[in-house]
Design a protein around this ligand. Structure first.
Ligand SMILES: CC(C)(COP(=O)(O)OP(=O)(O)OC[C@H]1O[C@@H](n2cnc3c(N)ncnc32)[C@H](O)[C@@H]1OP(=O)(O)O)[C@@H](O)C(=O)NCCC(=O)NCCS
Length: 157
């Protein structure tokens, strides 16, 4: 598969402007913009987002959060893991391996990963080696959790 350069995105006006192209633009991005305007975060500080640029345009992005083991509800025994949020490839760039490249980048960081397969994206996550986990409605309301363990990791989900 073609390789793409995955970049850790910085919080600046250009990035935040490019975020407006994504369907999932919302409160989180607006709050980052407010923080930048109010000098609560420095220009060019790191964001939780990773992205791929094609032809000068931010074509795909995801956000990645490190979750402390004490908040883990998905692995046994509880462990530090990443949570993927807001994985999105702009429609005109889909089917070229960008989603794969972003998720592979997260997988290269060596920790288990949990995500919520929204928008009927379950088959994509299966392709990426994730497995669905049982989601008790009382715990995971409106969630469709999928998890991934690094190769050779015997810990159970
Ligand atoms: C899901 C999404 C991220 C996939 O990104 P993409 O760049 O188009 O996917 P890729 O080209 O990297 O595909 C990687 C593999 O997954 C497969 N795949 C991609 N989307 C798929 C889908 N919806 N169902 C089944 N398989 C899928 C591809 O065929 C490819 O498999 P292959 O290597 O055997 O050919 C993209 O379609 C998207 O942004 N969708 C809207 C938002 C979304 O659903 N996000 C995920 C939930 S948060």
């Amino acid at each position: 598969m073609k390789t793409f350069q995955v970049e850790h995105l910085k919080i600046n006006y250009k990035t935040l402007e490019q975020f407006t192209q994504f369907y999932e633009y919302g409160l989180q991005e607006l709050s980052m913009l407010d923080d930048l305007r109010a000098n609560l975060v420095e220009n060019d500080s790191h964001s939780p987002f990773y992205g791929i640029y094609l032809e000068g345009e931010l074509a795909a992005r995801l956000s990645l959060y490190l979750i402390d083991a004490k908040y883990d509800r998905y692995f046994q025994p509880a462990q530090h893991h990443y949570e993927i949020w807001k994985l999105e490839v702009l429609p005109q760039y889909r089917g070229r391996g960008l989603g794969w490249a972003l998720v592979a980048h997260a997988q290269s960081m060596g920790l288990p990963i949990k995500t919520n397969a929204r928008w009927r994206s379950g088959p994509f996550w299966l392709k990426m080696g994730f497995v669905p986990v049982y989601a008790p409605p009382s715990r995971d309301r409106d969630e469709s959790p999928y998890v991934w363990l690094p190769p050779g990791d015997e810990r159970r989900d």
